[in-house]
Ligand binder design. Structure first.
Ligand SMILES: [Fe+2]
Ligand SMILES: [Fe+2]
Length: 268
């Protein structure tokens, strides 16, 4: 089983650039092209939040168009730039999205790995929240299948990253989540977005990681000074391979045109 993870696509209405500089739609189209070219192709794609830039209906309509070439299921969760109502309205055929409830949390049970989506959105805030209700829901879902290897995916990472600018907009309630995760060794991975960088850490007995953005990356600024900045390092997505007897193996795939591949021989 192969899982693609795209994150922080930040789509704006057609023709508009993020920060008057970044054509996020163009970048997502390149990522989609690359996913289509892969052999084998991922069996499914997770999109880990900040799907659009300002939660607007026209942004979700454009996102839908941009994702349309992907033949495999694409599973969405909201980030701090998203709006649950506008998201649900633009994707009425995405039957897994809970309709009518307060949160977009759901379980995908039909794959070799069990996939649990968490919703960290706290409307009007850059940081996220794992409240008691959301945590209790997760604990109940994990208790249903303690022997099934499970991936949790969520927008805000529950761990500190060392990038202070982002850590101050982290996840409230991460201790509450930690207490649940510690009790469930079936969690293979916690997949996140929000950081626009590839970051990994051991966390509460599992591995937690954030994905790069398909567009702009957040500058690797470990000094706590100056404004938050972005940088046009190569866009990327993650590919998670599930191999029986090995486990979950996570690769970073850069999106773009690069020289090669070349064979390792001296062609003179
Ligand atoms: Fe983002
Ligand atoms: Fe975010």
């Amino acid at each position: 089983m192969i899982i693609g993870q795209i994150s922080d696509t930040h789509i704006l209405p057609p023709g508009q650039l993020a920060y008057r500089r970044v054509d996020t739609a163009w970048y997502l189209a390149r990522a989609v092209e690359q996913l289509l070219k892969m052999t084998p192709r991922p069996d499914l794609v997770l999109a880990t939040g900040d799907l659009v830039d300002a939660g607007r209906a026209e942004e979700y309509r454009y996102l839908r168009e941009l994702l349309a070439p992907l033949p495999m299921p694409v599973y969405l969760i909201p980030g701090n730039h998203d709006d649950r109502v506008a998201l649900a309205e633009a994707f009425p055929d995405h039957a897994y999205l809970p309709r009518g409830g307060p949160f977009f949390q759901y379980v995908l049970d039909d794959h070799p790995l069990r996939l649990i989506a968490l919703d960290t959105l706290l409307p009007g805030h850059t940081g996220g929240l794992m409240c008691e209700a959301r945590c209790a829901w997760l604990a109940a879902r994990l208790a249903e299948a303690p022997d099934r290897p499970t991936i949790i995916y969520m927008h805000h990472p529950p761990f500190r990253t060392g990038i202070e600018h982002m850590d101050q907009y982290g996840l409230d309630g991460s201790e509450r989540l930690a207490e649940v995760v510690r009790r469930h060794p079936q969690i293979e991975r916690i997949l996140c977005g929000h950081l626009h960088r590839s970051i990994q850490v051991r966390w509460c007995g599992t591995v937690a990681m954030t994905a790069p953005s398909t567009a702009h990356q957040i500058a690797l600024d470990l000094e706590n000074g100056g404004p938050l900045r972005y940088v046009m390092e190569p866009p990327a997505f993650l590919l998670h391979l599930w191999r029986a007897g090995v486990g979950l193996i996570s690769h970073t795939c850069y999106v773009g045109e690069f020289p090669g591949p070349y064979p390792f021989r001296d062609t003179g």
